[in-house]
Ligand binder design. Structure first.
Ligand SMILES: NC(=O)c1ccc[n+]([C@@H]2O[C@H](COP(=O)([O-])OP(=O)(O)OC[C@H]3O[C@@H](n4cnc5c(N)ncnc54)[C@H](O)[C@@H]3O)[C@@H](O)[C@H]2O)c1
Length: 259
């Protein structure tokens, strides 16, 4: 359990869900972890829970809004002061904005892009100069299977997630000569509060849940820990030649042909 020993990782949106699972897995593998999260209390609680559960864990909670470049820069500086230069960044913070394109408000459009795409760029921009200078770094952007497939009624979330893949590939190519790797993970349905909120927002939450579970070939949805395991791999020295790439974690759902 020392695959990330000596590394400093910053995970956005780490207060709960997939981000919290990644922060926990990173700490268990020996990384010092900064939980950069909008909900400061959730970040503190998760950091405490990791510190209590993982022997020798080094964690720091920093209230952070990924939509604000100065806030993200402050989190990176706090990480540097506490543990040293950030070598791993996980841009995980994200929100669902699902609307009808023509009735959606301008505010919904801006809110979606501010978190789901600008937030990823703000993270990259805050860590890249130092990673480039040190010629070492792994950035992991949490995209979605919505980055490849469109589900009607989910606009504009998939547009932002397509952008995350574009940003991942562009930055991966730009900084490959500097030994900085930029990759994405595209989860399918993963059971988090976000998923429960979506089910609960449907006219028949039970039917929505059942439909979600019926669709994938494995007849289940994923667990946050299953995404975290891949994040550990991409953050580690086991993936030195994986760059500008995306790993899908959906139990095969996007490969399934629907009649
Ligand atoms: N759950 C899924 O099925 C699923 C599937 C595919 C992709 N994803 C993606 O995975 C990521 C995490 O999703 P989740 O299901 O764990 O969501 P979640 O809502 O459970 O957790 C997201 C966390 O991000 C934080 N956050 C939101 N806005 C922020 C901001 N401006 N600055 C900093 N933190 C902010 C929230 O407070 C929350 O703690 C998101 O990017 C999401 O789009 C989730």
């Amino acid at each position: 359990m020392n695959r990330l020993t000596g590394k400093v990782a910053l995970v956005t949106g780490a207060g709960r869900g997939i981000g919290a699972a990644i922060a926990r897995a990173f700490a268990a593998e020996g990384a010092a972890v900064v939980l950069a999260e909008l909900d400061g209390a959730a970040a503190e609680a998760t950091a405490r829970e990791i510190a209590n559960g993982v022997r020798g864990a080094q964690t720091l909670a920093v209230q952070t809004d990924v939509t604000q470049p100065a806030s993200v820069r402050a989190a990176v500086e706090a990480a540097q002061r506490a543990f040293g230069p950030v070598g791993v960044l996980v841009n995980n913070a994200g929100i669902n904005v699902f609307a009808d394109p023509l009735t959606m408000t301008d505010d919904d459009w801006r809110r979606c892009f501010a978190v789901d795409l600008d937030g990823v760029w703000n993270g990259c921009r805050a860590v890249l100069p130092d990673m480039v200078q040190r010629r070492a770094g792994s950035i992991i952007n949490i995209a979605s299977t919505h980055a490849f497939q469109i589900i009607p009624g989910c606009f504009p979330y998939p547009v932002a997630k397509h952008g995350v893949i574009g940003l991942t590939r562009a930055l991966g190519i730009e900084y490959a000569p500097n030994n900085v790797r930029v990759n994405a993970i595209a989860p399918g349905y993963i059971e988090t509060q976000l998923t429960h909120d979506w089910w609960n927002a449907q006219p028949d939450p039970q039917a929505a849940r059942k439909a979600t579970l019926d669709l994938p070939p494995m007849k289940r949805i994923g667990r946050p820990e299953e995404v975290a395991m891949t994040a550990v791999f991409l953050a580690s020295d086991e993936a030195p030649f994986i760059n500008a790439s995306c790993i899908t974690i959906d139990g095969g759902r996007t490969a399934l042909h629907h009649e």
